[in-house]
Write a protein that binds this ligand. Structure first.
Ligand SMILES: Nc1nc2c(ncn2[C@@H]2O[C@H](COP(=O)(O)OP(=O)(O)OP(=O)(O)O)[C@@H](O)[C@H]2O)c(=O)[nH]1
Ligand SMILES: [Mg+2]
Length: 296
């Protein structure tokens, strides 16, 4: 039966019969509904923003997650495994994508939510964290440091704290740089903001934000120099070509002083903001909330 025959389906479709009209009307009405549900489902699943909490042990990651999730802190132990929680922004803060959206819009509350994943800070358990850096929904990284444990002047232990934080941060930034340089598309991956949350601002020994930034930059420069020296001494990459090809160096060719600003070239934007999770005057995490809201 050819399509132009008297009783072909095409002739039936164009005929003024009641069944043809009903079928056409059904398709016209149901198709948009169907497409909407399919698109909405996939969109809703994929788009819950997620953030990753990184940082050395004892910085206050688990305390921060508990505070943001429940509004209060409780005693914590050294974390052994990662844990996630779904968190809603406080009603006073609107996420960036909600800025012009009415609160009656059904998608309003969805865009106020995000998933926060806490990771163990202990050196031997950090592979949990690096596994999570590739997540598609990842909107940002919150790197928590103990601002009261960074200053060089206050004795030996503090110095260790700075070196540990800088080494971990160096590795995280290097992983992000590699993610950019090894990207298949020429545009590279989307930009990824990193918040350095300088925690424990309630303690009087805490360094101010500016100093946290410069101390970390200085120490990362040291870490980088130590690493490159190690590589050169071991005979790997003695020629300049090999060094170039490895792309192992963090920031501008790995020379001179490291600054967080250099990371912008690989779409990583670093902010240093102070705050405190606990303390006599209650928590001070308002600026961190605002930073999170800006990213979703
Ligand atoms: N003074 C003060 N202490 C804090 C603050 N935030 C966290 N702490 C304390 O720091 C200690 C360590 O906090 P945790 O949240 O367990 O640290 P963590 O980063 O999860 O550590 P790991 O799980 O080992 O990676 C706890 O005793 C907290 O009470 C703060 O803002 N101020
Ligand atoms: Mg913890």
């Amino acid at each position: 039966m050819a399509w132009h025959d008297q009783d072909s389906w095409l002739t039936w479709v164009f005929s003024p019969s009641i069944s043809a009209i009903i079928v056409t009307a059904l398709i016209a009405l149901l198709l948009p509904v169907l497409i909407h549900t399919i698109l909405y489902r996939t969109q809703a699943q994929a788009s819950t923003a997620s953030f990753l909490l990184l940082g050395p042990s004892g910085a206050g990651k688990t305390s921060l997650l508990t505070l943001l999730e429940r509004g209060s802190t409780s005693a914590t132990h050294t974390s052994q495994t990662p844990s996630s929680a779904e968190i809603t922004l406080p009603s006073t803060i609107k996420s960036a994508s909600n800025e012009y959206r009415s609160e009656n819009d059904s998608s309003f509350s969805g865009a106020q939510r995000f998933i926060l994943t806490d990771t163990p800070g202990h050196g031997k358990l950090r592979q949990f964290a690096s596994d999570k850096l590739d997540a598609k929904t990842l909107k940002g990284i919150i790197f928590v440091v103990d601002a009261a444990n960074l200053s060089k002047e206050s004795g030996g232990r503090a110095e260790e704290g700075l070196t540990e934080a800088a080494e971990y941060l160096h590795d995280v930034l290097l992983a992000l740089q590699k993610r950019y340089t090894s990207a298949k598309t020429s545009k590279g991956p989307k930009e990824l903001p990193v918040l350095i949350a300088a925690n424990k601002f309630d303690l009087f020994t805490a360094l101010p934000e500016k100093l946290v930034k410069t101390e970390l930059e200085k120490e990362i420069t040291n870490v980088r120099n130590t690493k490159s020296k190690g590589l050169l001494d071991s005979g790997i990459g003695t020629s300049d070509d090999a060094v170039e090809e490895e792309k192992e160096w963090l920031g501008d060719g790995g020379e001179g002083k490291f600054e967080f600003r250099q990371m912008e070239e690989v779409n990583v934007f670093v902010d240093v903001i102070g705050g405190n999770v606990t303390g006599a005057d209650g928590p001070g995490v308002g600026k961190w909330w605002e930073w999170i809201a800006k990213q979703i």
